[in-house]
Design a protein. Structure first.
Length: 105
């Protein structure tokens, strides 16, 4: 769902579920001349808080380090990088809600 949302927004998805020994990037994408690491958080309800709340300051910093590692391993040099969060609330009934926060780290 997150990949479809990004592609409909004109973003080019470069990779999904990229892993190294330090963690995982859910999505790596290109938005214009900016490489974006995207963390996807999905919940069925808000009973335990909004999915965005799961991305703490420490988690955002780790995502930024992971994106730097991805750039290095793939020998990619771009003028801009950013970390985004896509939060999806997908109840058992009804339409899913997608919230895209740009530049969280």
């Amino acid at each position: 769902m997150a990949v479809d949302y990004l592609e409909r927004s004109g973003v080019i998805v470069l990779g999904r579920n990229w892993r190294c020994e330090y963690g995982e990037l859910d999505i790596v994408a290109m938005d214009g001349d900016t490489v974006v690491g995207v963390e996807v958080k999905t919940r069925r309800s808000l009973a335990f808080g909004h999915p965005v709340e799961a991305v703490t300051r420490q988690k955002a910093a780790r995502l930024r380090r992971l994106l730097a590692r991805w750039l290095s391993e793939n020998d990619v040099h771009v003028p801009g990088v950013r970390i985004d969060v896509i939060a999806i609330v997908r109840p058992r009934r009804g339409a899913a809600e997608v919230l895209h926060l740009r530049g969280v780290a």
